[in-house]
Design a protein around this ligand. Structure first.
Ligand code: BES
Ligand code: MN
Ligand code: MN
Length: 461
């Protein structure tokens, strides 16, 4: 372990420069024009795995963006860790809100990252975090310490709901066979408060269309007499929650497993400062379901949010128009044991039931994923706990996070393996937002911690 840590120290700058190369490739999975860049980013990862010491690495075609797979099998009788990550990133827009180019990474200091942070799309979510595994692997191989087999699966469609990865897993079960899946795509509570993610919310994502007249109308000639779909859509959206911000869709909470009193105590024991939270977001107050704390609202309670709403005239100046159509994209975050398709169906039934006769409604289910709960009484979890305790000097706290990684539940169904969610980002790292960044402390701490995971895991198995 000493040699590994020295190796990491000696190669810090090179690691950073290598990551910068990957970050410069704008692999935005949702952008149809990014096809070439998706291949570039995938090939870059394949080459990086080979250079780091993989026996083999391949870019696999799928119906969507390619999957990168690599492995080093030291002994087929030893356990196998599969590292999962994603090389696709969210769109960078709105571009004018970035202080530096999203695909030209730079290091800048921030209040929470006094040693500097890498600014760039994908720096934290997830290229920066996936790359920590490449470098930890390189260090282990270079120092002749790889106590278990290691496989890497880095996909290019996580940010669009992993539409091709389920089939890829089905088709390649033997190749992907493993004892545990290790993922760094989540956060820690703070740099001096390490944590391991034991829960993620699921997701049900729908798009709604509200149609009024067969064409846009003069808002004087027809206004007040014919439905305005934007007015109606707003009315309907306001009926999705009651005054306690409890979701009103009938049956929505039917499958929710309520946390026990003990579990709720535990959740609220995690360090959390509401004033700091408000200050960081520049808000005067938080806003959520009555009767629950902020950590409960994001960790164990479902939510419903309009992600975007459009229609009518939004250009400069004015246009007196009564629009024919209005749209909204609506996501619902789910907790155990809610099912994405069932929730989408309940949403559709309710949404149609509250629509007045003067409009027609269409609801499309776009994608979804199941919530995740990982056990903490397993060698897989304890290895992560010990690893973080070693490098942070503090025992990490199990936490439930509000984000989603839909493929994790599928891994369990298809490959039969549990995941360990050992992420190193901060919630304030602005993933999906302008100025996404990843602390140098976090990047190097991750690389330092991962080899200990392998050490403890191999000792416990
Ligand atoms: N890495 C995130 C998920 C995440 C973020 C987990 C923060 C825990 C803390 C992932 O890349 C992501 O953004 N997932 C999407 C899934 C969706 C596009 C299907 C999400 O949560 O919106
Ligand atoms: Mn991610
Ligand atoms: Mn993401």
């Amino acid at each position: 372990m000493k040699n590994i840590q020295k190796y990491l120290e000696d190669n810090k700058d090179r690691f950073l420069n290598e990551l910068f190369e990957w970050l410069r490739i704008p692999s935005v999975s949702s952008n149809p024009d990014s096809k070439d860049d998706m291949y570039k980013a995938a090939n870059w990862a394949k080459d990086a795995l080979l250079k780091a010491g993989a026996d083999r690495a391949t870019v696999y075609e799928t119906e969507g963006h390619p999957v990168v797979y690599g492995e080093k099998i030291v002994d087929p009788n030893k356990p196998t860790v599969l590292v999962y990550g994603h090389y696709d990133v969210q769109p960078a827009d709105p571009l004018d809100l970035w202080d530096s180019e999203p695909f030209e990474p730079v290091v800048r200091k921030t209040d929470l990252h006094p040693d500097g942070a890498i600014f760039g799309r994908g720096s934290c979510d997830d290229k920066g975090q996936a790359f920590m595994h490449f470098k930890a692997f390189e260090a282990m191989v270079a120092n002749g310490f790889l106590p278990v087999n290691i496989k890497f699966m880095i996909e290019g469609e996580e940010e669009i709901g992993s539409p091709s990865l389920g089939k890829f897993c089905e088709d390649n079960k033997a190749m992907l066979a493993n004892d545990v899946i290790l993922v760094s795509d989540t956060s820690v509570i703070a740099n001096d408060v390490p944590s391991i993610t034991t829960g993620l919310r699921g997701l049900s994502y729908v798009e709604v269309e509200v149609v009024g007249a067969n064409r846009d109308l003069h808002s004087g000639t027809y206004g007040g007499a014919v439905a305005n779909p934007i007015n109606i859509l707003s009315e309907m959206i306001s009926k999705l929650m009651d005054e306690n911000r409890h979701i009103t869709i009938p049956g929505f909470y039917e499958d929710v497993v309520e946390a026990t009193a003990e579990e709720r105590v535990l959740i609220n024991e995690a360090p959390f400062n509401l004033d700091d939270y408000k200050k960081e977001l520049d808000i005067d107050d938080v806003c959520g379901e009555k009767g629950y704390t902020t950590d409960e609202r994001t960790g164990i309670r479902p939510s419903c949010d309009v992600n975007g709403i459009w229609g009518g005239f939004t250009g400069k100046g004015t246009k007196t128009v009564l629009p024919s159509k209005a749209y909204a994209k609506i996501s619902m975050r789910l907790v155990a044991n809610q099912k994405p398709k069932k929730i989408a169906k309940l949403f559709e039934e309710y949404f149609k039931s509250i629509a007045p006769d003067c409009v027609r409604i269409k609801v499309d289910y776009l994608h979804g994923g199941l919530p995740v709960m990982t056990p903490i009484d397993t060698p897989e979890y304890r290895a992560a706990e010990n690893a973080m305790e070693t490098t942070y000097g503090k025992k990490p706290i199990p936490t439930m996070e509000g984000g989603s990684i839909p493929i994790i539940a599928l891994f369990e169904q298809i490959l039969g393996s549990k995941s360990v969610l050992m992420g190193f980002g901060l919630n304030s790292d602005a993933i999906h937002s302008p100025n996404e960044h990843y602390g140098l402390f976090n990047f190097y701490k991750g690389i330092e911690t991962i080899p200990y995971y392998f050490k403890y895991y191999s000792e416990m198995k």
